[in-house]
Design a binder for this molecule. Sequence first.
Ligand code: GLY
Ligand code: MN
Ligand code: MN
Length: 466
Amino acid sequence: MTQAISNAHIYAARRAHLASQLGEGGVAIIPTAPERARNRDSDFAYRHDSYFYYLTGFTEPNAWLVLDATGRSTLFCQPKDLERETWDGYRLGPNAAVAALGVSAAVSVAELDKQLPQLLENQHTVWYPFATHKGLETRVDGWLNAVRARVRFGAQCPSQQRDACGPLDDMRLVKDAHEQDVMRRAAHISAQAHIRAMQTSARMLRAGQDVREYHLDAELLHEFRRHGSQFPAYTSIVAAGANACVLHYRADAAPVRAGELVLIDAGCELDGYASDITRTFPANGTFTGPQRDLYNLVLASQDAAVAATKAGARFVDPHDAAVKVLAQGLLDLGLLRKAKHGNAQDVIDTRAYFPFYMHRTSHWLGMDVHDCGSYVAPSELGQTSERKDPVSGETIVNRPSRILGEGMVLTIEPGLYVRPADDVPEAFWNIGIRIEDDAIVTSGGCELISRGVPVVASEIEALMRG
Ligand code: GLY
Ligand code: MN
Ligand code: MN
């Protein structure tokens, strides 16, 4: 709560910016997330809706923001209730909300169905996030019906509905100084957690202990929480040995063995912002020869992607730079045979690298780990070209990928995943490697905010000896 109070001006400025885009007679309705049952009467830990938080800084459930084009904002929130607060915790309540959050008015959420038709009456367009909140469309229909019932008294009913995600996604895509600061802190905590997991793995193996993936997961959680992170930003991946080749593997109970690699993809959420880091390290602290060769190739591809990340470049440029390095490296290391696959450009043109590298290199990062924001600039949406996919033969419509701007935040996360196959040298089988960092785009390049944990093989080995 103190968060919202001390930063109330930030959220007020965002509301004003959104209001300026609603057009005359526009009203935006932004609900927060529902509470969700896990089983019987236990709920999942509550997490607010990102759009709602972006505009209010308010983290209680059962809350709605209604904003009109004049900039008037109404918060609907849980009323004070001593009994409920005894069980569930403190509620800000409407009376305190106006001063704490800087909204124009605040009322009990029990008033929502009564007041929404009044707030929509004589307005032109109702904006809300499309396909985001189950049942919201039906509720909007109900409020509009209530306005329509008053048409014979001279009321005007909004005649347009528009998706609020459009303007909000564009706003959220560029992170302001406050957001960048929180994201730096989140990434720093996550980096410390990765170091802790690496060192625990080596120490336990040196001591002859049975190490399981969940032991390392526990270290991550410990480090996240002890620095004030509220949750992991997504389900942590702690994948030992061959499990690293399963892209969405979760920390389970598999043994962590000396001689194998461990891939950890884990990041904390801090004050509503995600971090997203992957490191791959030798369980006992020393890379074998083939592991090191493959690791250094992935690292070189990440270096190339980082060098391609700067304001003015396209979103796809880091991916293309990474693929170029990986294609050449796969040929050089013999995972792809030159006699069969030709040169690096042939490998790219035929997508022959795809069995080893099947995901993209980047995604936006922010409040959500796969953050919102179109990967095509709205102004360039219409510029299409077609190509045939070399593997599936399908026709793919290409649109120009987004031009990166200062303050956009993206991950840079190339990888290689080698499954056993007859035409692949056995020394590389079951090795999965990904290296993922978080980058804030700057004018001349990017700032890697997750490098509190090293990526160079010898530096990882050194810290694991400690
Ligand atoms: N941790 C999810 C991702 O890297 O996209
Ligand atoms: Mn990621
Ligand atoms: Mn990740």
